[in-house]
Design a protein around this ligand. Sequence first.
Ligand code: MF3
Ligand code: CO
Ligand code: CO
Length: 256
Amino acid sequence: MEKIIIKTPEQIEGIRKSSQLAGQTLEFIAPFVKEGVSTEFLNQKIEAFIREHGAIPATLGYGGYPKSCCISLNEVVCHGIPSETEILKNGDILNIDVTTILNGFYGDTSRMYTVGEVSDAALDLIEVTKHCIDLGIQQVRPGNQFGNIGYAISKYAKAQGYSVVYEFCGHGVGVDFHEEPQVDHTSRRNTGPVMKPGMTFTIEPMINQGRPGTVTDKVDKWTARTVDRKLSAQFEHTILVTDTGFEVLTDVVGEY
Ligand code: MF3
Ligand code: CO
Ligand code: CO
């Protein structure tokens, strides 16, 4: 039984436009990420930018989530909730995750930012995490199996002395926020469904300095932190399987 949606050319064009807007939002916010600003200030800037471009922030109201993006600081693995009392300080690292709905189509992407002078250890974690998503993306082509994405990511991350979060995954995306399949970032070689042209999904590895486990905040029910409070980093792109390989739909800097 095939539950993974093969998108039509019209759907792909819609997902591409939404994904480009999500990617542009991450570039737009970069100069505002500075010491002394609150994560809620960044959230408001992001919401205004998305709406000015005719789109809706997908996270707002999603399963009760209260904000227009996720901002995950330092030991926060994912789903950090922007707050007026959370003020960026020198040495912080953070992930901003934006999902747009444009004309009904979803684009989902996130990247890391640094504040002022960041430790070499934090910079190394970010660099390794970036290489992890790139290794995952290089596995995308028709005929390859989804498990090879997580295999490539976890093999490299572990060789660098880091651990891979297994409790949160990538996902099909495009006509809905979270579609089939689940895209694991730690998986066995040559397992999982076969990739086909027209599939769209995210790869979004979360890599930890210490142990892989996470704990979700008891009060806000969203914020996921590393169990040992060590640092975590993440990058995310929305990817299309093409006839010959991949297209990174959320890439706005011409990197891929
Ligand atoms: N954008 C996140 C993802 O990559 C999902 C956030 S859901 C929220 O899948 F409710 F926490 F916003
Ligand atoms: Co996602
Ligand atoms: Co996301």
